[in-house]
Ligand binder design. Structure first.
Ligand code: G3H
Length: 332
């Protein structure tokens, strides 16, 4: 990535908003989806040297990190979530970086891309975020395993939309991929998309449970063909979550889908991304493989519960020359 293409002044100045047609989906094309290749060793080779090769320094690094913040789905998905925790998270989403740090960087206000919670916390988050413009994303469809009855999974989507979620993160049935039941995967995804209505739908593939990169590629195509607005790697609950090889596989499928249909599908790596330097590697990969258009909150998100804290520490270090203790950045 070149170091000059994002400056602090440009973080909030997104590219001119051409009308972005929503992915309507296309008829299931099994020849296309099943013909998807994923050359694991070539993909791993391409990813292996990315972290070393891609680095941005000083002011440009600060600008890229600020940009990364605007694309975080700030997430809490714990069994012990409470309304108070979600309210604190929402306050952090609205003011993700201390004012003195932003002032030192000559930066106006920024927010995270969204707040992501379980259904039960949607109303709390919607109320807490009123007036901020920050969308609420709900994980849904029996997250994380997706094994509840289909009608309940569909109802869960409808309830979350009714409660005010404008983004729905669904989980696919991994068994449809593992048993090669592509029609069932397509039909399920179409039903989820329809239940979302105007809310945008992110399809979580749970890539750590799909067995191979080829399956990841195939599932990516099927979900896009069925109308997914975003494809997302993981729930954060699998034993392997977002990785660079999985990301490369998915974003190349996104690129191919765009070339063939004209629809731009968004990308969300999620789970285990907690370091500022890792976020920079992801952004450079996106820029190289998909282009700058995808470096906007409506095209790219990090699903992350603790990334923001590390980015804030790095920004503070950039401004003051010192690291503060992690407890000074308690949320995110
Ligand atoms: O979708 C978001 C993930 O659940 C967050 O995972 P994380 O807690 O590893 O950042």
């Amino acid at each position: 990535m070149t170091t000059t293409d994002i400056t602090t002044a440009s973080v909030n100045a997104h590219l001119p908003q051409v009308h972005e047609p929503r992915n309507t989906g296309v008829p299931l094309d099994l020849d296309w989806a099943l013909g998807a290749q994923a050359n694991t060793s070539a993909i791993e080779r391409r990813c292996a040297n990315l972290p070393a090769r891609r680095s941005v320094k000083k002011d440009h690094q600060a600008a890229w990190l600020l940009k990364a913040i605007t694309m975080i789905d700030l997430t809490t998905l714990s069994g012990d979530d409470t309304a108070e925790r979600v309210k604190r998270l929402c306050a952090k989403a609205a003011n993700p970086v201390r004012r003195d740090i932003l002032d030192a960087l000559d930066m106006g206000p920024i927010t995270t891309g969204a707040v992501c919670v379980y259904h039960d916390m949607v109303e709390t988050a919607v109320t807490a975020l009123e007036g901020t413009g920050i969308p609420v994303a709900a994980v849904s469809t029996g997250f994380p395993a997706g094994l509840s009855p289909l009608h309940l999974r569909i109802q869960e989507i409808q309830e979350s939309v009714k409660a005010g979620a404008t983004e729905i993160d669904i989980v696919i049935s991994r068994r449809h991929v593992l048993s090669g039941n592509w029609q069932a995967l397509y039909d399920e995804m179409r039903a989820f998309r329809e239940a979302c209505g105007e809310a945008h739908v992110k399809a979580i593939l749970a890539t750590g449970e799909l067995g191979s990169l080829r399956n990841v590629a195939r599932a990516s195509y099927i979900c896009m063909m069925a109308g997914a607005d975003f494809i997302k790697t993981s729930t954060g609950k699998e034993s392997v979550n977002a990785t660079l090889p999985v990301s490369l596989t998915m974003i190349r499928a996104i690129r191919d889908y765009h070339a063939r249909t004209g629809f731009r599908v968004g990308y969300k790596p999620a789970g285990g991304i907690s370091k500022a330097k890792d976020s920079l590697v992801y952004l450079s990969l996106i820029k190289e493989e998909l282009g700058a258009h995808w470096l906007q909150p409506h095209m790219f998100r990090f699903g992350a519960s603790s990334l923001l804290g590390d980015i804030e520490r790095q920004l503070e270090h950039h401004v003051t020359g010192h690291y503060s203790a992690a407890y000074r950045h308690p949320i995110g």
